[in-house]
Design a protein around this ligand. Structure first.
Ligand SMILES: [Zn+2]
Length: 234
């Protein structure tokens, strides 16, 4: 085997400017070539470092044919979906809150319950989803109620473990509203348990984070009785 020849094959193939942006994957560029040549070129031209190009590699590794009709745009769609599902890394919490803090004389428990969320477990990158119940007891200011589900999304749209997700939401609301206390309960089901592993479709996981006044037994009990009243439908 001549080493030099191998090196030559591995060189990036110059892009045809009429076939889209440089560095983008392009199947048409290899159309009409002999099958063997095409597969070599595909390997060279299509690994542009993008998630999509790596997805195509993954499809092949799984025994799929990424050139069949149904899969033609799958790597790009998959990248787009993955970027959305992890868009929480780019979310600016201060921008979400955007001044929606209001000074009020209110020291009763505020609860937003049954906030649905969808996240990805960081161990398998499979979805886990469920409901988040968030409560806090204001000291002298409250946060716009619609902001709480957006804070939940900001942390859910990342690679997570349920325990940390619950804790981060509680700590963030604590930090923003400086209340007497925050309680968060998260009920979730994990695809990595439902579809693989123990394959238990009906087992749920409950986590909670209690800060400040919610560490007191009565407060915690009041919160839990309010969010579980009549069943959460989970
Ligand atoms: Zn998992």
């Amino acid at each position: 085997m001549k080493r030099k020849a191998v090196v030559k094959v591995m060189k990036p193939v110059p892009e045809d400017p009429s076939k889209g942006r440089p560095g983008t994957r392009n199947r048409r560029a290899t159309a009409g070539l002999a099958a063997g040549t095409r597969s070599v070129l595909r390997a060279v031209t299509e690994d542009d470092g993008s998630i999509a190009s790596r997805m195509e590699y993954i499809l092949r590794q799984l025994g799929e044919d990424p050139t069949r009709e149904g899969l033609l745009q799958t790597p790009e769609r998959s990248e787009k979906a993955l970027r959305f599902l992890t868009s929480g890394y780019q979310t600016d919490i201060q921008q979400i809150v955007n001044g929606a803090l209001f000074h009020v004389k209110h020291d009763e428990m505020v609860i937003v319950k049954d906030i649905e969320f969808y996240s990805l477990c960081e161990h398998h990158m499979l979805p886990f989803f469920g409901k988040m119940h968030v409560a806090y007891i204001p000291k002298d200011r409250v946060i716009g109620l619609s902001k709480i589900p957006r804070i939940v999304d900001a942390f859910a749209r990342r690679l997570q473990v349920q325990e940390r997700l619950t804790q981060q939401i509680a700590e963030t609301i604590m930090e923003i509203t400086d209340p007497r206390g925050v309680g968060v309960v998260c009920e979730a089901r994990h695809f990595c348990m439902m579809m693989r592993g123990v394959e238990k479709q009906h087992s749920g996981t409950v986590t909670s984070a209690m800060l400040g006044a919610f560490r007191k037994r009565e407060t915690r009990a009041e919160f839990l009785s309010l969010v579980t009243r009549g069943g959460s439908g989970f």
